[in-house]
Design a protein around this ligand. Sequence first.
Ligand SMILES: C[S@@+](CC[C@H](N)C(=O)[O-])C[C@H]1O[C@@H](n2cnc3c(N)ncnc32)[C@H](O)[C@@H]1O
Length: 376
Amino acid sequence: MANNINLGTAKSVKNDEFYTQYSDIQKEINAYLEYNPDVFRDKVVLLPCDDPEWSNFTRFFAQNFERLGLKKLISTSYAVESKRFKDYEPTLFETESPIFDVDKTRTNGKIFILSRDVNQNGHIDIDDLEFEYLEGDGDFRSLEVCKLRDESDIIVTNPPFSLFREFLNWIMVAQKQFLILGNFNAIHYKEVFPLIRDNKIWTGNKNFGGGMDMIMPKGTFDPTKLKKYRIDERGNIIQNIMGVIWFTNIDHGRRHEPLSLMTMKDNLRYSPHKEVKEKGYPHYENYDAIDVPFTDAIPSDYDGEMGVPTTFIDKYCPEQFTIIGCAEGDSGKSLGLKPFDRELKKLNKSLRDGQLFYMDNGMPIKPYSRILIRKK
Ligand SMILES: C[S@@+](CC[C@H](N)C(=O)[O-])C[C@H]1O[C@@H](n2cnc3c(N)ncnc32)[C@H](O)[C@@H]1O
């Protein structure tokens, strides 16, 4: 893809420092409100791993405090000295505050709280945010941030992708509602997939297509390595990053819209995919299921198990399908996928135990990344 980068590139260039646009937060939150207008009413919302002075998460929730009916907004940041990227200037908001501390501004996390009409103008909004330094550096795993988590009802953020597993677990053990960004590949993680399979978490309202335009603070990326980007008014690079998706356990309408599908007979005749018309739906050799190479080619009338691309999760409607498991590595082995025999491995060196394969003209074929589903 000429115009986007993937997170592998992000990692190799500079870590976890990319930020979310206001419009993406707004669009996503609106979908939950459309489904349930009271979803945030009387709730304490925590935004950890944020940079409240300029983050769009803090700005969005503070500006919409009254419209959402929030009880309290808490936003915390990670100390610049603990970050890998240390280029940082305190904002005027902080330096002009009577509690400004020239050391703490670098070594401590910060906490911003919004819960009352501080300036007595009759509204609770962004101008009523109150700020303090945290005791520690604002690590989400610290005791003080864990206490804030326990006090909150809903956690919303773009967490450090390098700590995604740990961050999601941190939410799940506390049994909180959440909306967070993550990498598409996280769907396969052994800590994540079972939660999706069991409908404990799901992906967000925004579909997987097109990646997401993210804000790269000045200096975190080498622009000469990027193909196409724009610069915002603060000099930040806005770059499309592939594979950034929302994960949540807050309900939204899109996940209850069933896919409109053709029967197997009609797919074999009219599918827009040449592969389906020519090859049909091969049966796997090592598991009792058929291979479906495209989500829109899932046959509506097939009652058995089907291997579908992982991107199916974007269209998954729990009233329409049951997810059986992930046919990858250890998860595949635990589903009972039979191992390859040695002779077949000679024909196709990419075959791996724990993955599905079918035969095509005497050659073993391993389809790319499948999950197993069954119609309800
Ligand atoms: C992907 S950025 C997103 C920031 C912001 N919420 C946004 O999108 O506008 C993740 C942030 O988490 C911070 N971070 C990294 N490790 C952390 C930790 N252990 N605890 C808290 N924050 C951390 C990073 O420094 C970075 O600022």
